[in-house]
Design a protein around this ligand. Structure first.
Ligand code: KIV
Length: 307
């Protein structure tokens, strides 16, 4: 999808077929004058260390990716998709096929932002070879620019293995939701003795070659110290404004996912509430026969009614 540009940025090649029909990524890698745009790369994100904070959000679908792409630097196709779109109780049940399907949808909607796709639970922990196979599938089949995986010191060798073989990796330390069963819930991390380990984790993934690291639900002072201590940009979620970037789950930001609301979430819209009102109004109008109205139906001649 990406061809290196002369200024260190990249040229993004669209992966769209004729009309609105998407084509498999392997078949439609074409460059035309109208389909070239600058896309951010992992080195661009890495170079933002200490600079303008990196604005990031998750996305799982093409229309939302298009909107996020116009405003953010990085789009994460998070395995949170399992909870917010598929109704799963945690991210543990998310599969590689699910991530690839959503990764492809998001990649179709993104022109400028770096698209990062999560490797789901069970797809990379077993061996270096398993991690490479899963990550290579994600990269080749979605067209994304990088993968993300959870874990610190214990995953450093995997990160080194992947990055040396052409797969840019974003790491994720602190609260790692795929380990919810080990943590015993979504608890704040880094209070007390655990703080040192999280700092070690962040240093280990940075030294192993990750271009960035998500810092999730750790105390503010710890997030601040990690940001000062590591060479790569930490992107915070429930961490600190001192981080080099921030990320939230899009359905939380828009007020669509309302099953629970972590303290670190700020809602910028109430689309769930608006959708409820719209759907209730539609059902009421159908029952009252006030929808469809005259403007929504077709007459016998094209002149008498629109369409
Ligand atoms: O899956 C996800 O959405 C994530 C973010 C919370 C960082 O990992």
């Amino acid at each position: 999808m990406l061809a290196a540009g002369t200024d260190g940025l990249a040229i993004a090649l669209e992966q769209k077929g004729p009309g609105s029909q998407p084509m498999p990524p392997q078949q439609d890698r074409t460059m035309s004058a109208t389909s070239i745009s600058r896309a951010l790369t992992p080195p661009d994100i890495r170079a933002r260390k200490g600079g303008t904070p990196i604005a990031s959000l998750t996305a799982y679908t093409t229309p939302i990716a298009r909107i996020v792409d116009r405003h953010c630097d990085l789009i994460l196709v998070g395995d949170s998709v399992g909870m917010v779109l598929h109704g799963l109780p945690s991210t543990v049940g998310v599969t590689l096929d699910m991530m690839i399907m959503h990764g492809r949808a998001v990649h179709r909607g993104a022109e400028r932002a770096l698209v990062v796709v999560d490797l789901p639970f069970g797809s990379y922990e077993e061996s270096l070879e398993q991690a490479f196979r899963s990550a290579a599938r994600v990269m080749a089949e979605t067209g994304c620019g990088a993968v993300k995986l959870e874990g610190g010191e214990s995953m450093a060798e995997t990160i080194r293995f992947l990055t040396r073989r052409g797969i840019p990796v974003m790491a994720h330390v602190g609260l790692t939701p795929q380990a919810v069963n080990t943590f015993g819930g979504y608890k704040v991390q880094g209070r007390g003795a655990g703080a040192d380990q999280i700092l070690q984790d962040a240093k280990a993934v940075s030294e192993a070659g990750a271009f960035s690291v998500v810092l999730e639900k750790v105390t503010e002072p710890l997030a601040r110290s990690i940001t000062e201590a590591v060479a790569i940009p930490p992107i915070g979620i429930g961490a600190s404004p001192a981080c080099d970037g921030q990320i939230l789950v899009i359905d939380d930001v828009l007020g669509i996912f309302t099953d629970f609301r972590p303290k670190f979430v700020k809602r910028y819209a109430e689309l769930g509430r608006d959708a409820e009102a719209a759907i209730a109004a539609y059902a009421e109008e159908v029952r009252a026969r006030s929808f469809p109205g005259p403007e929504h139906v077709f007459g016998e001649s094209a002149k008498s009614k629109r369409g």
